[in-house]
Design a binder for this molecule. Structure first.
Ligand SMILES: NC(=O)c1ccc[n+]([C@@H]2O[C@H](COP(=O)([O-])OP(=O)(O)OC[C@H]3O[C@@H](n4cnc5c(N)ncnc54)[C@H](OP(=O)(O)O)[C@@H]3O)[C@@H](O)[C@H]2O)c1
Length: 349
């Protein structure tokens, strides 16, 4: 879906900066502090790298200090120029929290460190605060592909192979190139194996989280095991690529419970999703080139949701996964559910 939203809606308040000291912080298992809201940077195949880089500069100017990047988003070089501009403007590197991710075609032992160094060079940084394994499968898709795309040598999850990748992730910490390492798109059975075998445990698990996909069991598991849940698609990803849309998908921002709470707080339903995420204890990373200031305001200032509103939102989970990952399937005849270990066991090869 292409967006035609105006750069600044006519009803928008002036873009007064929000003091970063009022942004809630998460304390990770290492004691490090991470801002409890970040700016997503995946343009969903239709927002250009230069528009996103401009949003990164604008977001830092209004108070964002946390940015969620990835090599596969195809815009790290432009975002690197944005970071350089931000740092030249007086914000210091240690005030920023910058995440990047290892793409699926770089799981090989010789590729992990090189890929991280490439992201660092593109982003014009000496270290990352957090480096994630983007998906637990080495299966990749070319940018802009459709839902039927499969990588030619697609494979299932093989824990022994994942651990070889993880050992290199640990080496990145030893080398001082990254401060924390983490996972993304994992399931409980896969995380159990990783937690058993890791020398350096994941500090974060990045996962889809919004009011229509709350993942309560995985959320609880992540928190109980000392990881921070970072929530992607916090608004329900209204601009996601065509390959990530099915007729059954629902939109949290159109849920009548969210609409009613938004009306009561005189705010946008997207702001309710952000408030819910921060108050529940996850770190949302909304993407936005037009509404980033409103999202930061929802997380950091203004009236919070009441306990009753939080309780009601907990009842509207539709178990509606939006990013199903079909392009990562490894053999014919599978459905996307096979990627997510719904039985509680890792799906057999
Ligand atoms: N680890 C992973 O595998 C993974 C997967 C998916 C995403 N992610 C990360 O998560 C980030 C967020 O996910 P996402 O981009 O798919 O979904 P999202 O943040 O839920 O939705 C972004 C969309 O919502 C719109 N929007 C944002 N704030 C709004 C507001 N206040 N009012 C109205 N519309 C608003 C944006 O439009 P405007 O730009 O016009 O404001 C954009 O189209 C990504 O950018 C990426 O960094 C990670």
């Amino acid at each position: 879906m292409l967006h035609s939203a105006p750069a600044v809606p006519s009803t928008a308040p002036p873009l007064a900066p929000i003091d970063p000291v009022v942004i809630p912080q998460r304390t990770l298992s290492t004691g490090a502090k991470m801002p409890a809201i970040g700016l997503g940077t995946f343009g969903s195949d239709h927002v250009s790298p230069s528009e996103i880089a401009a949003a990164v500069v604008g977001a830092a100017a209004v108070g964002y200090r946390h940015f969620d990047c990835a090599s596969v988003y195809g815009n790290e070089a432009e975002i690197g120029a944005a970071f350089e501009k931000i740092l030249r403007g007086g914000i210091t590197r240690k005030e920023l929290w910058i995440t990047s991710k290892l793409w699926n075609d770089k799981h090989g032992e010789d590729d992990v460190i090189a890929s991280c160094r490439k992201s660092l060079a593109d982003l014009r940084l000496e270290y990352l605060d957090l480096y994630l394994v983007h998906w637990p499968f080495p299966n990749f898709h070319p940018p802009g592909c459709d839902v039927s795309s499969r990588s030619p040598d697609a494979r299932p999850y093989i824990h022994e192979n994942y651990m070889k990748t993880w050992r290199k992730m640990e080496e990145l910490v030893d080398l001082g190139l990254v401060r924390h390492i983490g996972t993304s798109n994992m399931t409980i059975p896969k995380l159990k194996l990783l937690l058993r075998d890791a020398r350096i445990r994941p500090a974060v698990n990045e996962m889809e989280l919004h009011p229509h996909f709350q993942q309560p069991e995985l959320f609880k598991f992540v928190v109980e095991n000392g990881m921070e849940p970072v929530g992607y698609c916090p608004i329900g990803s209204p601009g996601r690529p065509e390959r990530d849309r099915t007729p059954e998908d629902t939109a949290p921002t159109e849920d009548r419970v969210i609409l009613e709470i938004a009306r009561r707080h005189r705010t946008h339903p997207a702001a309710v999703c952000i408030k819910w995420a921060v108050q529940r204890g996850q770190t949302p990373i909304p993407f936005s080139v037009h509404h980033y200031r409103e999202n930061l305001a929802a997380a950091a200032i203004g009236d919070p949701l009441t306990e009753e509103e939080m309780r009601v939102i907990a009842t509207i989970d539709r178990k509606c996964r939006l990013i199903k990952g079909q392009v990562f399937l490894w053999k014919d005849g599978q459905t996307w559910e096979d990627l997510w270990d719904l039985s509680g066991e890792i799906t057999p090869p």
